[in-house]
Write a protein that binds this ligand. Structure first.
Ligand SMILES: [Zn+2]
Length: 331
């Protein structure tokens, strides 16, 4: 059952959409943009359901035939375009949207098309869609869901209402998990700290042990860097290279570790620390390091993150970073 109430956060956006319905200023094309797992799809579904609801309120009534057929996934005037492929091609847009759009709604006020991963549309597909976005029929509404709206042609962006979903606050994410009673045995705070304000990301991390295993691995490496001989740096570098796909996450975990060391040294207060379950190790670590050392280590990790985002040579970048860490953090 889709409703605005089940959406966590994004209150201003919801109010904006509801205000639009009230003042009869519903747009014909929208982009709902935001990071993975932030609630774009739920919002698009709740909005489409509201627009088609026979009670014509600012929330779905959940009782009328329209709301019920929406929830069952069989609404005759709402269309879902999903593409698993990297490229959403012109044929899918033609078949899925353009042809259908020419036909009047079967029964309801609007004909609504929700395109998931719309930023995967090829340039040709976007161009094909453009004409419909420019001159939509009175009943036509297109909602494009994206994680990076800048992938769209400027002509598409300028003709759509761009709705950017911001990151949720940690307390909003936490409230969601408390309310839904999901994963209540887990130490949810750790996951939330690493979630960048996305409920979907927390769920993904919770569903596999991989994230926590990787974090342990990274903490292990950090202990080795400071305690072992220089020669072992190359062993660690080789191990890290095996996690090529997750190197950004690894560097992020390292960065957060040293940031925690800095915080515990500086503030002595644990409330801002992310690796809350490792306070004793952090405390010990902070005794070995000066502020200046920690700053240099953080800089080294940050530089590596920048280099890797620019596709620099992985081996070399890791080697430079690890040597700089070792120079400043040697037990
Ligand atoms: Zn209804």
């Amino acid at each position: 059952m889709y409703s605005f109430e089940e959406i966590v956060g994004h209150k201003e956006i919801i109010e904006g959409l509801q205000q639009g319905i009230k003042s009869k200023k519903v747009s014909h094309s929208y982009i709902f943009d935001g990071i993975e797992g932030i609630g774009k799809k739920t919002l698009a579904y709740a909005y489409a359901k509201t627009l088609q609801c026979l009670k014509e309120g600012i929330s779905p009534c959940n009782e009328c035939i329209s709301c019920r057929s929406f929830d069952s996934g069989n609404h005759p005037d709402v269309f879902f375009i999903k593409s698993e492929k990297k490229n959403l091609g012109v044929d899918e847009i033609r078949e899925g949207i353009l042809k259908e759009m020419e036909i009047k709604p079967y029964k309801y006020k609007y004909k609504i098309f929700i395109v998931e991963n719309a930023d995967n549309m090829t340039v040709q597909a976007q161009n094909a869609l453009l004409k419909t976005i420019e001159e939509p029929p009175a009943y036509g509404i297109i909602i494009l869901i994206s994680t990076n709206y800048e992938q769209f042609l400027p002509t598409i962006i300028s003709r759509c209402s761009l709705i950017k979903l911001n990151l949720l606050k940690p307390e909003e994410v936490k409230a969601y998990f408390i309310n839904t009673n999901e994963f209540k045995d887990k130490n949810i705070d750790i996951y939330i700290s690493f979630s960048e304000g996305s409920i979907g990301k927390v769920k993904k991390m919770l569903e596999s042990e991989y994230f926590m295993d990787l974090r342990e691995k990274v903490i292990g490496w950090i202990q080795e860097i400071k305690n072992e001989d220089l020669i072992n740096i190359y062993k660690i570098q080789k191990e890290m290279e095996n996690y090529k796909e997750d190197i950004e996450l690894i560097l992020y975990l390292m960065y957060i570790w040293y940031r925690d060391v800095l915080l515990i040294k500086h503030v002595g207060d644990n409330s801002y620390i992310i690796n809350k379950d490792k306070v004793n190790i952090l405390l010990n670590h902070s005794m070995d390091l000066s502020y200046n050392n920690i700053d240099k280590v953080l800089d080294a990790i940050n530089n590596a993150r920048i280099q890797i985002s620019k596709n620099a040579n992985l081996r070399l970048t890791l080697e430079v970073m690890l040597l700089q860490i070792k120079e400043n953090d040697n037990g």
